[in-house]
Ligand binder design. Structure first.
Ligand code: CU
Length: 132
């Protein structure tokens, strides 16, 4: 009698396991086309702001833009360490609350290191390649 109950219970436990396995779907890998050297279309690259900048290092072509999007639960910013002629940061997103974003177009080649104004440990780099 005890064995019958045990087998029945085990059988009931197996049913949901099997059905959930059958429902597994194939994950599709999304491919993003970021090739910009062959066209003259302006390209906007995206940097997600989490507890870090993703990607931390981004290589773009001169004339491309970068959009910083705050996808974290708290306020962040991205502030260039390089200064312009006026002595101001080359770019500064301002304080961004999620899900706000900010776009900046890079018209000068160079390496632009930046930090979060609120969390100096958060760092990133935009490398702007000159025209080929
Ligand atoms: Cu921050």
């Amino acid at each position: 009698m005890k064995w019958t109950i045990f087998l029945l219970t085990a059988g009931l436990l197996l049913i949901p396991l099997n059905s959930s396995r059958a429902q597994q779907t194939e994950g599709k890998v999304e491919q993003k086309e970021t090739e910009s050297t062959t066209s003259n279309n302006p390209v906007v690259h995206e940097v997600s702001i989490l507890h870090v900048f993703v990607p931390q290092v981004l290589v773009i072509n001169v004339g491309d833009s970068v959009r910083w999007v705050n996808r974290h639960g708290i306020e962040h910013s991205a502030k260039s360490l390089a200064k312009n002629k006026e002595g101001l940061s080359v770019f500064f997103t301002g304080q961004l609350m999620p899900p706000n974003s900010y776009v900046f177009q890079f018209n000068e080649p160079g390496t632009y290191d930046y930090v979060c104004g609120l969390h100096p440990a958060m760092t990133g780099t935009i490398i702007v390649k000159p025209k080929p």
